[in-house]
Design a protein around this ligand. Structure first.
Ligand code: 8GT
Length: 319
């Protein structure tokens, strides 16, 4: 069997947050499609060195610093690739198509309009997602619940999993209150409503009426027919390899994987640690947030372990 090719690729953001993409020449593998700049890792070369070399050779940029973003194992009919995608944090130079290829700086939200090789869909999702995912906790009153979210939006957080769990608030009220908040649009498509025990009976209809809200599933819910949600952005909570495989198979856009470390909630569960987290993340091709006993300061640890970032409740929710 042919050897899997180790490829490094980069998500490079310009000052205005647009992302650099390049068009593959017609005559090469996946020719004519757009790509994140990069190329094959040479024998004996460290991935970051390969990334620096490829970006210099292809788009004339010098990488100062970069961190892992997502890794994808994909089998094309004629080639097996391991795409090792990095997020460039700092670079110098002005991008140009050194090999004569077309390049473009594109807003992350517009990447979906470009045709990429089949392996790239999770990279596009990963580019859209921030590195923190905030899950709402319990509140005794609606105004406490909503003002905690509003304060987090003001602090720059953009991805939320909503578990409206206070007695005097229903989902319709939450949705309309969120829509009136400053920065609501910045987090559009990044609001995920938990289809949990507290969800109302008309949950499916409700979600279909609010297209800019995604749905979050418990692992158990992944056994259901998720057809009604196919137009929504989807996420799930997973704890082991079989749940992750089900999440990928059901088309989840991202997942939360827990428990990484001990919490009050998870004190008896088997903890993954960063090593266990990393081993599981390697087996799937969708962005994974580390959950359970992690704080907002653990983003770098999560990235080094192959994750998208961290998901938290207690680390941000007012107690
Ligand atoms: N650079 C890059 N390659 C990708 C992406 N997505 C994807 O499937 N690939 C695949 O990964 C492989 C990368 O090989 P390459 O041809 O770009 O590598 P290279 O620059 O070292 O080329 P060469 O040594 O053949 O000249 C190709 O099979 C390509 O189809 C992507 O976003 N960026």
């Amino acid at each position: 069997m042919a050897k899997r090719v180790h490829v490094v690729a980069a998500v490079i953001r310009g000052r205005d947050q647009r992302v650099l993409i390049a068009k593959r020449p017609d005559h090469v593998h996946m020719g004519g499609l757009w790509e994140f700049p990069g190329g094959k890792v040479e024998q004996g070369e460290a991935p970051l060195e390969a990334l620096k070399r490829e970006l210099k050779e292809e788009v004339g940029l010098a990488v100062v610093s970069a961190q892992p973003l997502i890794q994808i194992t994909h089998d094309y009919p004629d080639k097996q690739v391991y795409l090792d995608v990095w997020e460039v944090i700092e670079f110098t130079g002005v991008a140009r198509g050194v090999e004569g290829q077309q390049i473009e700086w594109v807003h992350a939200a517009d990447l979906a309009a470009y045709e990429f090789p089949a392996a790239n869909q999770p990279i596009v999702t990963s580019t859209l997602l921030p590195s923190t995912c905030l899950i709402t906790g319990h509140a005794n009153a609606a105004d406490v619940y909503l003002s905690a979210i509003e304060a987090a939006l003001d602090r720059g957080h953009r991805l939320f999993i909503l578990r409206p769990s206070c007695p005097d608030i229903d989902l319709v009220t939450v949705i309309s209150a969120l829509k009136n908040m400053a920065h609501f649009d910045a987090a559009q498509w990044q609001w995920h409503i938990d289809w949990g025990t507290a969800a109302p009976a008309n949950f499916i209809t409700l979600v279909s009426e609010h297209k800019n809200f995604g749905v979050h599933f418990s692992a158990r819910k992944l056994e259901h027919n998720l057809e009604p949600f196919q137009d929504s952005l989807l996420s799930a909570s997973c704890h082991d390899q079989s749940e992750l495989a089900a999440a990928q198979q059901q088309g989840m856009d991202f997942v939360l994987l827990s428990p990484v470390s001990a919490t009050k909630h998870y004190s008896n569960a088997e903890l993954l640690g960063w090593v266990g987290f990393s081993a599981l993340v390697k087996r799937i091709n969708i962005p994974v947030f580390a959950l359970g006993g992690v704080t907002l300061d653990d983003v770098h640890n999560a990235r080094l372990a192959g994750g998208q970032g961290v998901a938290c409740v207690r680390a941000w929710w007012p107690s």
